[in-house]
Structures are given as C-alpha cells and as structure tokens.
Design a binder for this molecule. Structure first.
Ligand SMILES: [Cu+2]
Length: 123
C-alpha cells in the first residue's frame, strides 16, 4: 500500500520534472524567427494586438464567411483573403502599425514589431 503510494508520488515527481525541463528548454532556446497566426473571424482580427520581433512571420487566416484584407497603408496589403484562405507577411521594420480590413472599415487591429532582442539595432 505505502509502496504503491510511493510509486504514484515518484511518477508525479517525474512528470513535474519533465514539464519543468521542457519549460526551461523552451525558454533557453535562441529566439529564432517565430510564426504568429492571426485568425480573422466574426468580422474581427484575433488577437487584435500582436507583438512580434523583426523577422517574424505573420499569417492571417480567414475563418470568416466573407473575404477580408489585412491592410496597413503604405506598409502591407494582403488584398482580399478568401474564405478559408491565408496570407503571410514577414515583419521587417520595427514600429507600431495600425491596420485593418479595407473591405470593412470597422475592422481594426494593431501590429507591433520590435527589434530583435540581443541584436544591434543597425549594422
Ligand atoms: Cu473585412
């Protein structure tokens, strides 16, 4: 009985240790270019504010019933993304960009591109 309990505790401890090392590993990994997905649904961008680092790839996926765009004047423009379609863009210039859907003026969101951590701002 106590033996079985001890085994359960040991298994639990192993699970926790495993989860902890996985978390540590994820934290320690170098900041490679990440991919961020923005889902368009119900006439909204989800999430409505996204913070990425320069070099990260953004993918807008249209899960809505009508076409939408991801448009930041002078910065990027997806053109119409069909229902079920997607469009990707690599964030290159740090800054804060208000963007929206050119087909539905009420759809607004913000993209914030930060400089890559641990790298000089310019070379
Ligand atoms: Cu739209």
């Amino acid at each position: 009985m106590t033996n079985r309990l001890a085994n359960v505790w040991r298994a639990a401890a192993r699970l926790i240790a495993c989860a902890a090392s996985a978390a540590l590993l994820a934290h320690a990994l170098p900041a490679a270019a990440a991919k961020r997905i923005i889902v368009i649904g119900n006439m909204q961008f989800h999430p409505s504010t996204v913070v990425v680092e320069r070099g990260d790839k953004l993918v807008w996926v249209n899960r809505d019933l009508v076409p939408h765009t991801a448009t930041a004047a002078g910065m990027f423009d997806s053109a119409a993304i069909a229902q079920g379609g997607s469009w990707s863009y690599r964030a290159s210039t740090p800054g804060r960009y208000a963007y929206g859907c050119s087909l539905h003026p009420g759809m607004k969101a913000v993209l914030i591109v930060e400089k890559k951590r641990g790298r000089p701002a310019s070379r």
